[in-house]
Design a protein. Structure first.
Length: 87
């Protein structure tokens, strides 16, 4: 990819991030009555599910899936991955 193309993509991603950041106050207002623990649990579960789906569907990330499998074979790392679920 050319530097100009990378700059264009970077600017697009920055604009999208700014737009999403602008919607944060609206989002916070809509979820004001929901318990914080429920929000954190939903975010963790949906993030994990989406990440797993992306790793299965995108061929460029197949090496990443192998790395996750290898990491899960190490008991110490497996305990570390499960630590956020215990909080």
């Amino acid at each position: 990819m050319t530097p100009a193309r990378l700059d264009s993509r970077g600017a697009s991603f920055a604009a999208l991030a700014a737009l999403l950041w602008g919607f944060v106050p609206v989002y916070i207002g809509l979820i004001g009555d929901v318990d914080a623990t429920e929000i954190v649990v939903h975010r963790a579960l949906w993030s994990g599910a989406i990440l797993l789906l992306l790793m299965l569907l995108l061929p460029k990330l197949t090496g990443g899936m192998a790395a996750v499998r290898d990491a899960l074979r190490v008991p110490r790392l497996r305990r570390g991955f499960s630590l956020p679920a215990r909080c």
